[in-house]
Ligand binder design. Structure first.
Ligand code: LLP
Length: 402
């Protein structure tokens, strides 16, 4: 079930592969994070990159979230979801002049600037427009988030932000620029972080830097500590939103600065499943088997890209004898594997499986490889459900081609 709706019925009605999200879980997780920081001035800017389907973005907005956008496209989607520019922070390591101009013209809450070159471009574009752009400098604190290397962003070898020891000098040099208003400092050390210590140390770094800026007469008003709080994909214990707030607030409180958080995965990952039918079961010479699904790396890239683990469970109990199987997709690559060496009751073609915790970085990272149309997405709320994104068709795909 997803809330009061049968997953088997959804699959029968809408076909597979199908993403199904629970509005109730999104709401509960957003509120848990918001509540954890109650009593301290804060704003949760939902990281659109985790899942920006319009109805999901609208739901987050209705709960009181702001948005963290990582491209001009995400800004556009945020606006269409009803966020106003003052609710949008704009992050991204390679913002184009066109994207910067878009953000400046709109007057977004803050542009999280990644380099001196970008500060310079923002200043020039803002002055050309006779305005001042609100900026926060992104700090690279050289902290190991101890997550997968592909999604760790806070080490000095990573492409993000400016080194902590360069911040003071850069701010001194740019603070007088007519086109810039320094409003904050930003950091984000990675994603799927399951230990609050690196998050706390990153916060401490920006708190210390904020003090230096204050000594230099640069009065910022917020600290943006990014996203990154992980979820449990395998059922093991991970820090809660409360643990996260208990780690951050004592560090940040002394600064008196308001806090911006950019959670993505923590709110939306556990709220989604990917439904898929078994197409075939093939025995291997070594006694194991392949369970071949109608969903694969085109729908959920995380296992192949990061070796990520997702639980994959039958939607209805299967009574077949236990087997050990690799659960794979239909694509023409061996990397198209959703789960390795899983123990399960031997399924039959036509059985339905759910890949759990697929709400974040699932649908947004889907592709059309092998000319596979993007899956449909359904949002469930109590006993009601609706298709929030219809399945792509081959005509949709070819509409862009001559
Ligand atoms: N803020 C910034 C500046 C970010 O770069 C990110 C994620 C977030 C916030 C949100 O982080 P979260 O709270 O979701 O951890 N595709 C990868 C994850 C990439 C994360 C990129 N940045 C995956 O599937 O694991």
């Amino acid at each position: 079930m997803c809330e009061d709706v049968s997953l088997a019925q959804l699959a029968a009605s809408e076909g597979t592969p199908l993403y199904v999200y629970s509005a109730g879980i999104v709401t509960a997780r957003y509120r848990a994070m918001d509540d954890a920081f109650r009593g301290y001035p804060h704003a949760l800017h939902y990281a659109m990159k985790a899942n920006s389907t319009l109805s999901i973005a609208r739901l987050l907005r209705s709960l009181g979230a702001g948005a963290d956008a990582n491209s001009g496209g995400e800004i556009d989607v945020a606006l269409r979801a009803g966020f106003i520019p003052e609710q949008i922070v704009f992050t991204g390591v390679g913002k184009t002049p066109a994207e910067l101009a878009q953000a400046i013209d709109l007057g977004v809450k803050t542009i999280n600037a990644e380099s001196e070159g970008e500060l310079d471009r923002i200043d020039r574009l803002a002055r050309e427009r006779g305005t001042r752009a609100r900026v926060a400098l992104r700090v690279n604190p050289d902290i190991d988030a101890r997550s997968h290397p592909h999604i760790s962003t806070g080490l000095k070898a990573n492409k993000f932000g400016v080194p902590a020891d360069a911040v003071r000098d850069i701010c001194r040099r740019f603070a007088g620029r007519e086109g810039l208003e320094f409003t904050g400092l930003h950091t984000h050390v990675g994603s799927q972080i399951t230990d609050v210590d690196p998050l706390k140390r990153a916060a401490a770094t920006v708190v210390a830097l904020a003090k230096e800026l204050r000594d230099d007469g640069i009065a910022i008003d917020h600290l943006d500590v990014g996203g990154g709080l992980g979820v449990s994909y395998d059922g093991s214990e991970v820090p809660s939103a409360e643990d996260y707030a208990e780690a951050l607030l004592p560090v940040v409180r002394e600064s008196g600065l308001s806090l911006i958080l950019e959670p993505g995965r923590n709110i939306i990952a556990p709220a989604g499943v990917l439904l898929s039918y078994v197409v075939d079961v093939k025995d291997r010479p070594d006694g194991k088997a392949f369970v071949i699904l109608d969903a694969g790396m085109t729908e959920l890239m995380r296992p192949m890209l990061y070796g990520a683990f997702h639980r994959i469970e039958p939607v209805l109990c299967t009574s077949g004898p236990e087997i050990v199987a690799d659960i794979v997709g239909p694509l023409c690559e061996t990397s198209d594997t959703l789960g390795k060496d899983r123990r399960l009751g031997r399924p039959q073609p036509g059985d339905l499986f759910a890949v759990l915790d697929a709400g974040a970085y699932g649908a947004v990272m889907a592709s059309n490889y092998n000319r596979r149309p993007m899956p449909a997405e359904v949002l469930v709320d109590g006993g009601r459900w609706s298709v929030i994104r219809r399945r792509q068709t081959i005509d949709d795909l070819l509409a862009l081609e001559s």
